[in-house]
Design a protein around this ligand. Sequence first.
Ligand SMILES: Cc1cc2nc3c(=O)[nH]c(=O)nc-3n(C[C@H](O)[C@H](O)[C@H](O)COP(=O)(O)O)c2cc1C
Length: 136
Amino acid sequence: MPLHRAIYVSDAVGDAATSLLVLAEILGASIRNNRRDRVTGVLMRHDGRFLQAIEGRRADVDRLMDRLRADPRHENIRLLSDQNTTVRLFEEWPMTLVEMPRPVWPHISRPSLDQLSAAQAEALLVTASQVLALPA
Ligand SMILES: Cc1cc2nc3c(=O)[nH]c(=O)nc-3n(C[C@H](O)[C@H](O)[C@H](O)COP(=O)(O)O)c2cc1C
């Protein structure tokens, strides 16, 4: 099946930058909708920014991007990557929260999140998601 993956950075608005409740609400809706649409991906919140990868059929990814653009909990969506692919990088998760890996922290501040290349953003999200896949 042809697939599509988009990766973007956005600026959290108000409470969305720090609130756990907002994050839980976003994840709840994401898991529900993405299961339905067979969309998978990961979401990172760091220093007032969101970094998210979403993958699925082109039409489903586009529809989700439209909903994301209309969501007041973030703004200034910058697409880092928007491409066809044959493999899912995050196939285990309809949507899951990942953390910025600790060793990367000193190197990633607000401005540098914006300067990530598509390949760097993808590598960062894959690395962060691998922590979730480790056995306990
Ligand atoms: C940073 C961020 C990431 C989001 N990720 C998703 C997502 O992966 N899937 C999704 O359906 N909604 C996501 N949302 C929520 C959508 O913008 C929108 O509120 C939701 O899809 C509407 O779903 P509903 O009509 O079922 O309430 C996200 C919102 C934000 C702010």
